[in-house]
Write a protein of this length. Structure first.
Lengths: 73, 187, 368, 250, 368, 250, 187, 73
């Protein structure tokens, strides 16, 4: 099972992709739909095995818009 | 004869270029023109709009409190500008993105799905030119021919290929406006 | 040359270059960033000098230096930046140096905003700096006039050895209109100046200074400046008259506000109101005399400014109680519409009973 | 699951107006985290600049006072002299602190004002649309340097922080970057230390933060971060520039 | 307290300290160096703060900071230094911060000289900075009044949250006269301010700003300021009337010039000329109404300034053509003598036939 | 007998208004001698400051233009940009160049303006009567530092020249003193070199000259010279601070 | 009754202190006073002078265009101020340094060799106080007693020894002025 | 005989004594009389043997007011 997970606030996200670029587990991707502000927000996926995220917080640390919350457990 | 018009939309929708092309064309046709962009705040983000006035006489105010024609490219612009259209005026809306109902019956509303039309044309970025074509057709202030000629003076017509594409965009817009107006009348 | 559709800031820059300006020193500030941006590439093309200074303070002092060397030189900024230049402008006036300074006025005071405003009128016309001095202040109301007055600004600066201010606002700077530019002037063809710092070769060394420790000497200098300002007032006062012939009410407005006022006047004329416009093109010297003359037939003036009321003082001073002076102002960067100005016009018009058929109103001693 | 990362309390819940990928946003968060951790929210006063961060009071949930462009450290001096037990920090762009504000910056440092300065170096005048900044790199584009900054024509980048090291009253000066997660962690540490210096009354402290401006650099955010990390640090190497705090090395 | 014989600059400093000012930021410039010098040692005694800033620009911005923190704070300078403060003063007004700024005016423009002058009147009363704002301007004419008006300046600044300017000149600063100081005020006893930056403890965080990007919001702010300025005009306009009861000619002068004018009036009174003085103590708000009221009985005004003519505009504006307005000015730092002013007074007096036995002169429409 | 020492031609025959023993007088002579020796009198333009040297145009027989206090290097920038083949020098006091003019000074150096700056460091505001200057030494008296400059209260002396060394466009910076005959000779050499740098178009050159102000130091001239030589040089050591001229060492 | 007087001399001659002592004494005697120094230029060197006005009424102008009394301590001051003395006024000159002839006969000239007198007293720096004593005697605006009392409030009377010395200086000045006046009358 | 001599312009001299302090041969002294400006100017004397000055120019080099001319020969 996953050690961690993240929640991305779709409406806070500005689609800068920085989280995507720093995630060591490649579990974030840019979505194909626009949010209300007109950005393509990032989306989290636990990966095929549902255990992608290790809660390293790198994504949240990097996210300029504080759109990511990280959970461990 | 003086015509005032406002173009409004997102920053990235080429709104200012629409106004510029319109004003330039009118100038080349010997008209007096003014073009007034709303300039972005010192702070990032937000919407863009511009006002164009075309006249046979000296133009007094470049500001339009009740424009004859309004082009809205997105929803926020509709909210802000729809009520300003002068009675008897024309409101062109980008029906690809703007979905609200318009509650005025003293003006003509011309919906044009410019994003789809541009996409069909094979160049998403030509959406604003499609809209200018529609505007010309719907209002009659400018001829499509004059617009086609003026294109070459702008960034929209520097390369022959792009020029050709944008000329077609004008035609498509005009054609579509014709249809929309016909529908409006028949309705 | 064919007409060009060009935004005000670029018109200004282009006109300056064509007027022989080869030195521009400036610092970014909205809403006039297009001026330094334009100059940075245009100067490169014409072999001129563009320096992005570290501040407006540095800019104006670089202007002082270039002017001492005899060059046609310009700087531009917007309200807060112009405030920072006040010491330098006072020096320019005291040193009797020609220079062109452009203020693309924005909303104030303080940081305010970047919307078009006319609230720096006092600063421009009364001298925001210290000492008895005046700057010539030009207020264009269209891109073509912006071009023409920029040429004129350089000429006046050289003719009177005095700083000249061009007052615009964000709207003037951003607005595009067709412009026909005069042929460019070759800076080398301009009349030589016999007072510049150029090295003491074959002549005694020269000094350009404003320090005159002896009060009597400084007083003489001040009186010399006063005579100069009198000459400017006599020779250079400039204004536009618009539909004055039959006017019963005259709107006084300049720059962007005058444009809006014209729109308003067109509207009220359609309603049969006999309203005209007097538009100062020189804010200093202010067209006092034409205004005073007007009061022989016109009893009602409406001063319209995009400020809380500044030029209105000059109007009051000019008419000396011989006409009612009303004021309508929208400060803070609000761009009034012709409609609302038309509303103000008709309000005062009807109030004073100026309509056709009404008797010509009695002379009103008071000023509202 | 336990939430292990969330927004700091010293930030208001407003969405930043900054562009996507703007370094200001990260730096705001770091400053707020430090204020939280030091427990000084109720006695901290911020002085934002004229610059993209002019609206910083919309975000920092502390008292803030606006300074004219470039004068934040003079305004902060006035504040600190009155409010000796408060924590005063300025938040300034490179144009603000190192061009128009050069004199005020250097002299505040020299007087040893007990102030913490956060100096956001993004190599451009962000707010006014990308003109050359004192810190624009050679060859780097801007709207006032046709063909990119030409050192012979436009002068070279200015290293204000190093100059400040010559100012006797400066106690702690460090340059960091927010272009990588590691950099972000270091940046926070530096910012915390710079506040600590003030709490301990030692003197002037400043953290220069290399910060991407994707918009005016005309890069996508990821490229801008890489460029910050790879190119900017060549001219502005990160690291401690001056440290006479006497704190134990860590 | 026994009277003290003290020079103006020291009186100013002492009065400020007694009025509860504990923060002084300034930069040397003649002729007011005695102010920072006095403050540097006096602040030490009272546990206040004296900072010699790196410039006037830094000074005024330190003032902004201290004012935000709620302190009574002062800076002083002379003409060129005050020009450098114009951006900051505009911010003070926009931010609605109380502060006292002293201008010991010297000859200008530019470097000029250090002799006493009144040529910064425009700058002070019209706002040399950008935007629609006003500073309250006090003009003492004696050391005792310098003391009293300094107290008043701090009170007005706090009352209206507005910068207050005290205008002196080198003569006021250097002159010694007996002064009786009021008892010192303990700063802690001053009414608390509920708008200062003091840390968001037990209340929401606060911001003091002048950036109002929305023009409508800035306009509201501007109108709020206008209402404040109207209140100041209503409540605080202040002037002295001297021998006005039977006056046929009234001299209008302030500060040092008013002192000289009084000397002149004493002389001409001995010759039987009925001349009085109206001395504005607030230059802004300007005593328009008393002047206008005067014109009901007085037909001739002589404005006397140590400048090329600045306040004379306010006088003209006030009287609206209802009296002849003559002007006598000595710019550049020349200190006119009572004799020469007496000469001017009698010249106009005789010219208009105001002598006893002459018929009361006709109303003159024109203004000389 | 042959006259082997006389007044330089680039000085007007006016008597200096400076106080007895004032360093300005010596420095004036040295600058004039250098102008003579380089044969550039006819194309030299001086920019005097506000400061005791405000009347320098009464002495230098070259074109001169007055600058507002602190802005000499900005004014000089304007002059030099127009008169590229002329020789522009500023002559500034410590208050002028290193307090109010800090920003203009540093940025002119950083842009590498081809200007020669003579920076007269006399540790005081001479003209205005002896207030603290940025260069006033710790403990040294002034009319605005009761009990002498107290570093904790008034800040420490500022070494602008060293800061300027960080400015990329500065090419040659040297500190000299005119407190001894040997120092005077060295000072002249440095001034000459600083002009040569401009003639060779290399960039910004500045000579800081430690200069006695007997009046405000309240010393007799001989004591003031000794104090300059012994005390001032402790805080402001003489010597080359930066030299990237590439000239042969001499 | 209003008396205006000017004191003038070299910077180092204690000119300003003379004026200050005079004004202070008058104030302590309940008079209205103003004291106005000519303040040194931003530029070094030159002379110093000050104007003192003493009056029973409110004082209008602190400036004196035709002073009742003038004290000149050196030659340049004589040149500058001798002609300003009001007709009937008194000109006191420091005859130790001032040698020019005075050509006016509508005023009283009182020469006092104050440097020599001070030297005899044993304190060269008391020359200015000697002159104040002479002024008091010659003009009668102040009593020597009042001056003696006021001395203690100034730097001239901080230490008892100095105070005593300066009190004697006042006496000497007064005595000398008496003699000079007697001579003048008899001449 | 003297290798050198100096001429001090009495009216230019401000009596600062710097020349006195730097002359290696002690052949300059402060005069006892005032000049027109009120200073006690420096005076040159060849010394008892008339050969004091060696024309080293140190005095002139130091003199702020360019009051000294030096002659050699
Ligand atoms: C006196 C003055 N001059 C200019 C400006 C315009 N201005 C606002 S912010 C700014 C510079 C912004 O650059 P920087 O300080 O680097 O901040 P950034 O936006 O890059 O974060 C300028 C020139 C101003 N507000 N005031
Ligand atoms: C804007 C401005 N501020 C202040 C002054 C007053 N002022 C003239 S010179 C000077 C400083 C003099 O000191 P410094 O530069 O060290 O020169 P010095 O006289 O010591 O040679 C000052 C403060 C001025 N003329 N202008
Ligand atoms: S916490 Fe780490 S692993 Fe999880 S999504 Fe974020 S970056 Fe990836
Ligand atoms: S870093 Fe934040 S703002 Fe950027 S894409 Fe990821 S979640 Fe969105
Ligand atoms: S312009 Fe640059 S600095 Fe400003 S908000 Fe956008 S990315 Fe950030
Ligand atoms: S005050 Fe000092 S610097 Fe000025 S002239 Fe006198 S000695 Fe020289
Ligand atoms: S030249 Fe040398 S030896 Fe001769 S007087 Fe001068 S210092 Fe003395
Ligand atoms: S050094 Fe010059 S000014 Fe000084 S005492 Fe000697 S000769 Fe006179
Ligand atoms: Mg930046
Ligand atoms: Mg100095």
């Amino acid at each position: 099972m996953a050690k961690g997970k993240i929640i991305i606030d779709r409406e806070k996200c500005k689609g800068c992709s920085l989280c995507v670029s720093v995630c060591p587990k490649q579990c974030i991707a840019v979505s194909t739909g626009l949010n209300d502000k007109g950005y393509y927000p990032a989306e989290f996926s636990q990966g095929e095995n549902g255990d992608c995220c290790n809660a390293c917080t790198l994504c949240a640390l990097t996210c300029p818009d504080i759109a990511i919350e990280v959970y461990r457990g | 004869m003086t015509n005032k018009m406002i173009f409004a939309g997102f920053g990235g929708q080429g709104v200012l270029l629409m106004g510029y092309l319109t004003a330039l064309t009118a100038m080349r046709q010997g008209k007096n023109v003014t073009y007034l962009p709303s300039y972005g705040a010192e702070v990032r983000g937000g919407t863009a709009n511009c006002t164009v006035v075309i006249s046979d006489d000296e133009i007094a105010s470049p500001v339009a409190s009740s424009p004859d024609y309004v082009v809205v490219m997105n929803n926020p612009s509709l909210v802000r500008f729809a009520n300003m259209v002068a009675p008897g005026g024309i409101l062109l809306i980008n029906s690809s993105l703007v979905h609200s109902e318009i509650k005025r019956d003293d003006i003509t509303v011309v919906p044009v799905p410019i994003n789809e039309l541009a996409h069909e044309l094979g160049e998403d970025r030509s959406a604003n030119v499609v809209m200018v074509g529609a505007l010309a057709e719907a209002t009659g202030v400018l001829s499509i021919e004059a617009l086609k000629e003026a294109l070459a003076e702008t960034g929209l017509g520097k390369k022959p290929k792009v020029l050709e594409l944008n000329r077609r965009a004008l035609d498509i817009g005009a054609e579509n406006a014709r249809q929309a107006l016909a529908k409006e009348k028949s309705a | 040359m064919a007409k060009q559709l060009m935004r005000g800031s670029h018109v200004l820059g282009e006109a300056a270059v064509r007027a022989g300006c080869r030195y521009y020193f400036g610092y970014p500030i909205t809403p006039q960033n297009e001026v330094p941006e334009y100059m940075s590439s245009r100067m490169l093309q014409v072999g001129g000098t563009f320096v992005q200074a570290e501040s407006e303070l540095a800019s104006i002092n670089m202007v002082i230096g270039a002017a001492m060397a005899g060059a046609r030189v310009m700087t531009s900024s917007s309200s807060p930046g112009i405030s920072l230049m006040q010491e330098g402008i006072s020096y320019l006036a005291g040193l009797e140096l020609p220079a062109v300074i452009v203020n693309v006025v924005r909303g104030g005071p303080g940081l305010g905003n970047i919307a078009p405003a006319q609230s720096d009128y006092f600063q421009a016309t009364r001298g925001g700096g210290h000492g008895d001095y005046r700057t010539i202040v030009l207020a264009p109301d269209s891109c073509q006039e912006l071009c023409d007055l920029t040429f004129k600004a350089f000429d006046l600066a050289d003719k009177y050895r005095n700083p000249v201010l061009i007052m615009g606002d964000g709207m003037m700077g951003q607005m595009m209109e067709p412009v026909e530019f005069p042929e460019p002037i070759d800076p080398a063809s301009l009349p030589a100046k016999d007072w510049t710092l150029s090295g003491a070769k074959g002549r005694p060394s020269r000094v350009i200074l404003s320090l005159l420790l002896n009060p009597k000497v400084l007083e003489d200098h001040n009186f010399k400046l006063v005579r100069k300002y009198d000459a400017v007032t006599r020779e250079e006062t400039d204004w536009e008259e618009y539909l004055l012939d039959d006017a019963r009410q005259v709107v006084v407005a300049y720059g962007t506000a005058a444009r809006i006022a014209k729109g308003a006047i067109k509207r009220v004329r359609q309603m049969g109101l006999k309203v005209g416009l007097l538009r100062p093109k020189t804010l200093w010297p202010f067209p006092e005399k034409p205004l005073k003359d007007l009061t022989r037939v016109v009893r009602q003036l409406l001063v319209f400014e995009m400020s809380a009321g500044q030029m209105v003082e000059d109007v009051k001073m000019a008419v000396e109680g011989q006409a009612q002076v009303h004021f309508y102002g929208r400060p803070g960067g609000v761009i009034p519409t012709p409609d609302e100005v038309a509303h103000q016009i008709s309000h005062y018009y009807y109030q004073a009973g100026l309509m056709e058929g009404d008797k010509p109103s009695k002379r009103h001693g008071g000023v509202a | 699951m336990k939430k292990i990362f969330e927004a700091p309390k010293s930030l208001k819940p407003n969405l930043f107006h900054y562009c996507p990928g703007c370094g200001h946003s990260i730096i705001h968060r770091l400053v707020a985290e430090v204020i939280d951790e030091l427990g000084i929210q109720e006695r901290t006063i911020g002085v934002p600049p004229a610059g993209c961060a002019v609206l910083a009071y919309n975000y920092f949930d502390v008292d803030t006072g606006e300074a004219p462009h470039g004068r934040a450290l003079a305004v902060a001096t006035g504040l600190k002299r009155v409010l000796k037990d408060h924590v005063i920090f300025t938040y300034q762009g490179d144009g603000d602190i190192a061009a128009i504000g050069t004199a005020e910056s250097i002299h505040a440092a020299n007087r040893g004002e007990k102030i913490t300065a956060i100096f956001v170096n993004n190599g451009t005048y962000g707010m006014t649309g990308g003109q050359m900044a004192p810190t624009t790199l050679p060859g780097m584009g801007s709207t006032t340097t046709p063909g990119g900054r030409d050192v012979a024509r436009d002068g070279a980048p200015l290293d204000l922080t190093k100059m400040m090291a010559e100012a006797k009253g400066s106690v702690y000066l460090e340059r960091v970057s927010v272009a990588t997660p590691k950099g972000i962690r270091k940046a926070k540490k530096a910012i915390k230390k710079a506040f600590q210096v003030q709490l301990d009354g030692l003197g002037f402290a400043l953290v220069e933060v290399l910060s991407p401006c994707p918009t005016n650099w005309k890069m996508d955010p990821v490229a801008a971060y890489e460029w910050t990390d790879k190119e900017m640090t060549k001219i502005f190497p990160v690291g401690v520039i001056k440290d006479i705090t006497g704190y134990d090395k860590d």
